[in-house]
Design a binder for this molecule. Structure first.
Ligand code: FES
Length: 282
């Protein structure tokens, strides 16, 4: 069972439980009626002494047996007065009670629906889920026709080619990141667009054939290995899988970029930089 489904079930259970508690409370208030004594008050009254004596109600009742009853003259029958129709209807307190419960229930329902909508979106696609990027051959073709870089907005990822000749060095660095290395063996890397320094979106630089961050000047080669600037590592990357020739990028699995100094492809700048390196020059 996926984490999203478990979270959804827990949230639904919490919402249903909350609604039951709220409705039960409101119902018990309605049943007891306006002006009725609460359970605590009735319990306290039962335990309380009568007239300062310590005897219970039953004892008082028993001691009264045999006492002569005082005869009371018959009272006059009161004339019939029609009840106030408003008093027969819903009282103000009941109205506010029910309004509060209805509003609370509606708020809980709306919150639950919003959370479910959010989780459903993640389950159906979009960033954070697995994204089908199409046929791997088409992807490589698009990278080439776009001068070395393919941007996939839905995945917030750059996809670039990884040279087959560098796989030997690449295995030593990325071999322990199997889902990343799988993509490299198929000739691609999927790089997270977010700069590992302070999170800016890193654009490509077609003239240098590197990535160059406009915020503080960090630079990365075409496969996201750090070349300059203040970033603490290379660009982070996503797990990929290839099945029946289809490339899937798992944007829910982010792998930390390689350490400073890693340069498996040996690619140097191939032209003028778009942004000068202003960082710490690691
Ligand atoms: S955020 Fe990219 S270099 Fe600072």
């Amino acid at each position: 069972m996926s984490t999203g489904l478990v979270i959804a079930i827990v949230i639904i259970a919490a919402v249903v439980f909350g609604a039951i508690v709220v409705l039960t409370t409101a119902r018990s208030t309605d049943v007891r009626g306006t002006g009725a004594l609460s359970r605590e008050t009735r319990s306290r009254d039962r335990k309380a002494s009568i007239g300062g004596a310590t005897s219970t109600g039953r004892e008082v009742e028993a001691s009264a047996k045999g006492t002569e009853l005082v005869k009371v003259a018959p009272a006059e029958v009161a004339p019939f007065v029609a009840p106030d129709p408003e008093a027969l209807g819903v009282t103000r307190r009941m109205f506010f009670n029910r309004s509060a419960v209805t509003l609370m229930g509606a708020s809980l329902g709306a919150f639950g629906a919003a959370v479910l909508g959010f989780l459903w979106k993640g389950a159906e696609g979009g960033f954070g889920s697995k994204i089908n990027a199409g046929k791997i051959d088409d992807v490589i073709q698009q990278i080439r026709s776009n001068k070395g870089f393919l941007y996939l907005a839905e995945a917030r990822a750059w996809v670039t080619e990884y040279p087959k000749g560098a796989l030997g060095k690449g295995k030593a660095v990325y071999g322990n990141q199997a889902p990343v290395f799988t993509g490299m063996q198929s000739g691609i890397v999927a790089l997270y667009q977010k700069c590992p320094h302070l999170g800016c979106r890193v654009p490509e630089c077609k003239s240098s054939q590197w990535f160059e961050c406009p915020c503080h000047g960090s630079q990365y080669n075409r496969v996201g290995e750090k070349k300059g600037g203040p970033a603490p590592r290379g660009m982070d990357r996503f797990a990929v899988s290839i099945s029946n020739g289809q490339l899937t990028i798992d944007t829910g699995s982010v792998f930390a970029g390689p350490a400073i100094g890693v340069n498996t492809t040996g690619q140097e700048a191939e032209g003028p930089h778009c942004i000068g390196s202003t960082g710490g020059g690691h």
